[in-house]
Design a protein around this ligand. Sequence first.
Ligand code: SF4
Ligand code: SF4
Ligand code: FES
Length: 253
Amino acid sequence: MTQTHANSAAAPATTVEMVNLNVKILRFNPETDKKAHWDTYQVQAQPSDRVLDVLNNIKWYHEPSLIFRRSCGHGICGSDAMLISGRNRLACKTLVRDVAKDGGTITVEPIRGLKVERDLLVDMEPFFDSYKAIMPYFINESPAPAGERYQSELDAERMEHSSNCILCACCTTSCPIFWVNGAYLGPAAIVQAHRFIFDSRDEATHQRLNIMNQNTGVWRCRTAYNCTEACPRDIPITTLIEEVKRAIMFQQS
Ligand code: SF4
Ligand code: SF4
Ligand code: FES
């Protein structure tokens, strides 16, 4: 006779660690508010959740009128830059455990220096105007080669950092010079200019250095490092700005 034994050992219960959070969001509705005000939401989250998950939770289950930008959810599109617990960050790249403990508070505000349209949504047009000003496209009037335009490994390394920029604006909107003078092109535009200035295949280096040499360009930078600390792609922005400054001086000498 064959005996069968039911497995009486209970499967180990999986316990999911949850933390209680107070999420303070600076809100503004131009149709009803004269100025921005804080709203606080009590929610639960896993420490490994991202702040974007927490905001989605609030929007989907507590406050559907909350407005913020997001798209890829993976640190690629640069849409969800915001001031999270006092620092510019991407909500999709910021884990709850890195900004709050159980019972703690996370503050979320729009990035600074750009007009707030509503809640966490800012007008990005001035930021992209600065981007357009540096001619962010490849320029080469020489006859195209039969095949690809080759670049040596060494030449490619020169633009390795700057080509990682995702135009999130974390840097420019953390720059005190940009806050007081919106005409300053700002670190993101300089990083983008660097990407083409140090591209060995591009032929508009002189034009872009002239743009960088204007009073809205690199000389406004006071090397305060806010931008470098804010960059979610770890781009050494201040070093790149210094490289552009040196390229201008080298061109003029
Ligand atoms: S290093 Fe320059 S660009 Fe960066 S935050 Fe400071 S002043 Fe602004
Ligand atoms: S340099 Fe960094 S912080 Fe600035 S826009 Fe690019 S990715 Fe964002
Ligand atoms: S949603 Fe795309 S970078 Fe965060």
